[in-house]
Design a protein around this ligand. Structure first.
Ligand code: NAP
Length: 504
């Protein structure tokens, strides 16, 4: 049989199918050819920054008490700050591991003692929370004086002064991945916390500011901090070289892979998926086996007989798979897991962080255990997973983050804090290792994973979110990995949500 195509005009064709003897079997006239719509159109967005107008440096400050809460090893800005609030009662609380009174308005204090110490004090109108670490920090110690302390402070303010009109100004130093600057990721969880807390507590105005402390004199820096009005949503404002910026999202067209070009996976390569026995992890494992004949190693905390064993048995019907039980928040356990995988499968070629725990709870009921349950798979586990892979010769390390980095849902201060920490840590880790470190924010997966339930579907549809289905998710992931983009958001969102997200 032969097929004969004639051009009738631009984009118009006639197709004739005939036997080799010349007998015509079929003629199709006026066939139109158009490029196929990209299935990822309107699903992909790249994070960036947009400039904000300058603010009036002599903005009127709220009258009433001012509190300055700061980690003791934070850049010492409190004296300069107090100077700009002359005439107001200024109380200073330096966060540390012991509580002692240094004067009527001055304390060194543990986060646990905050509520007790403020018992005698009237409601403040303005609270500064300063977290500008100087040099390297150990995550656990930093969390104590950072995000855990802010959680306790906000809870104490709510229970002690319910309904009080209050401004909470949270200032971090270089905690954001901004072009041409180094990242200090330790305070970055505060950004997600503030955005989510702002949604829960409308009577409290959260102003969240990330500054480049080294660039300015303390006097100029403090003047900018005092003048900063923040955004309506409690979203982050980034101050760099005297200019204000807001994080934003831009629609993006992921490059398509030319036909025949290799994808990002090595045929028969070994891939590790932290959280691989979860919903998206298993979709990914199947995809890697099918597209690359990969060997996949899944890591999770559950005992194998609580589900992962059965999942791995299914994967073994189509390829090579292994489950290792390990909690990535334990540095020894995750290192041992990586060694075990290498022993069985040989060198690791790529790694994915797909671990998460959802532990939604409103701030008034949020205890530290619940807070950590959602925070640590994104914070502490990320740090230990990255370190366990530090010396591997990877083609890539891909960390899964979330839309939460940009919206901050109510009841999710813990998960949102984890996501914004992970985002900054990805940028930091990129500067520490020789292999590419990529960051992929997912919108909402409705058919697999932790929120694949009818109640979440309804709740998220109200927000303007529709489900990313596995085939589209994997197509986006393949094209993202084949590109050289460091970061991407994949989401199916209605226009109203895109506008809320600041998509321009
Ligand atoms: N599903 C969505 O709509 C959505 C949206 C945005 C972003 N994401 C991101 O996509 C990824 C996967 O989400 P998913 O829906 O597939 O979640 P999932 O089904 O809950 O899977 C996550 C897995 O992480 C594992 N895990 C949690 N903590 C761990 C730890 N400390 N050490 C090792 N493993 C740990 C859990 O297994 P064990 O309990 O056995 O440890 C769980 O199976 C996550 O990174 C999430 O942030 C998902």
């Amino acid at each position: 049989m032969a097929a004969y195509v004639q051009t009738l005009g631009p984009g118009r064709y006639r197709l004739t199918l005939a036997r080799l003897s010349g007998e015509v079997l079929l003629v199709m006239d006026e066939i139109c050819a158009r490029a196929m719509a990209d299935p990822l159109e309107k699903l992909c967005y790249r994070p960036g920054f947009r400039a904000l107008p300058p603010v009036d440096s002599v903005a009127v400050q709220p009258q009433g008490e001012v509190w300055i809460v700061h980690a003791l090893d934070s850049l010492p800005l409190h004296r300069h700050l107090a100077g700009l609030h002359a005439g107001q009662t200024v109380r200073r609380l330096g966060l540390t591991t012991e509580t002692r009174c240094l004067g009527p308005n001055e304390w060194d204090i543990t986060p646990e003692a905050l509520e007790r110490v403020m018992e005698e004090w009237p409601a403040p109108r303005l609270v500064y929370f300063l977290d500008l670490p100087q040099g390297e920090a150990e995550l656990a110690r930093h969390e104590q004086q950072g995000v855990f302390a802010l959680l306790r402070l906000v809870q104490a303010l709510q229970s002690r002064y319910p309904g009080a009109a209050l401004v909470v100004k949270v200032v971090t130093g270089n905690a954001v991945d901004f072009p041409d600057s180094d990242v200090t990721p330790w305070p970055a969880g505060l950004h997600g916390f503030c955005r989510s807390a702002a949604r829960e507590l409308p009577e409290t105005r959260f102003v969240c500011l990330d500054v480049d402390a080294a660039f300015q004199t303390p006097e100029r820096l403090v003047a900018a901090i005092v003048a900063e009005p923040g955004t309506e949503s409690g979203g982050l404002v980034v101050l760099r070289r005297g200019q204000r910026f807001a994080p934003g999202l831009m629609p993006a067209k992921l490059p398509t892979r030319p036909a025949g070009a290799p994808n990002a996976y090595r045929p028969g390569g070994t891939y590790v998926i932290l959280g691989g026995a979860g919903g998206i992890g298993l979709v990914l494992a199947r995809h890697l086996i099918r597209t690359a004949g990969a060997k996949v190693a899944l890591i999770g905390r559950r005992s194998p007989d609580a589900g992962p064993e059965a999942a791995v048995a299914e994967l073994r019907l189509i390829g090579d798979a292994l489950y290792v039980q390990a909690d990535a928040t334990d540095p020894v356990a995750i290192k041992t897991a990586i060694a075990q995988i290498k022993e069985q499968f040989g060198p690791i070629h790529g790694a994915f962080h797909s671990a998460m725990v959802l532990a939604d709870r409103s701030l008034d009921r949020m205890d530290q255990t619940t807070f950590e349950a959602a925070l640590q798979p994104k914070a502490c586990a990320t740090v230990h997973f990255c370190h366990a892979l530090a010396d591997e010769n990877l083609d890539f390390l891909l960390l899964f983050s979330s839309l939460q980095s940009f919206v901050g849902g109510p009841g999710q201060t813990n998960y949102a804090a984890g996501c914004t920490f992970l985002d900054s840590y990805a940028a930091y880790w990129r500067s520490q290792v020789a292999y590419p470190v990529r960051l992929l924010h997912w919108g909402y997966w409705g058919s697999v994973g932790v929120v694949a339930s009818e109640s979440y579907r309804r709740r998220l549809a109200e927000m303007g979110l529709a489900s990313i289905e596995p085939d589209i998710g994997m197509a986006a992931l393949d094209r993202f990995l084949a590109s050289d983009w460091p970061q991407l958001l994949v989401v199916r969102a209605e226009q109203r949500l895109l506008e809320e997200l600041g998509v321009r």
